[in-house]
Design a protein around this ligand. Structure first.
Ligand SMILES: [Zn+2]
Length: 95
């Protein structure tokens, strides 16, 4: 009986590794492959609700990575997009 339990635990562990690995691969794939689309040409694409400028990211990878961090830490889904005003990348909710 103990042998069976050990085998089961081993498979559970294996499954956890596969899940973790899949999550890492998905995250990496998103960070490196997601190609943010062009945002709408409107002031809100570049400015925040309070009128301040949004944080600009020089590369899509940096913006994608920040989107992942926001999702993990704040549980919010922000989408990176290319800003038609300053040509950098910003994060925001899709309009
Ligand atoms: Zn901008």
């Amino acid at each position: 009986m103990t042998l069976k339990k050990e085998k089961l635990l081993k498979w559970l562990k294996y499954g956890a590794y596969v899940l973790a690995g899949g999550a890492v691969l998905c995250t990496a794939g998103y960070v490196f492959l997601n190609n943010p689309g062009m945002g709408k040409l409107q002031l809100r694409s570049h400015f925040r609700k309070d009128g301040l400028e949004k944080v600009g990211y020089d590369s899509a990878i940096a913006a994608n990575w920040q989107a992942v961090i926001d999702f993990v830490t704040h549980w919010t889904r922000n989408h990176p997009y290319k800003c038609p005003i300053c040509d950098k990348f910003h994060l925001g909710h899709r309009h």
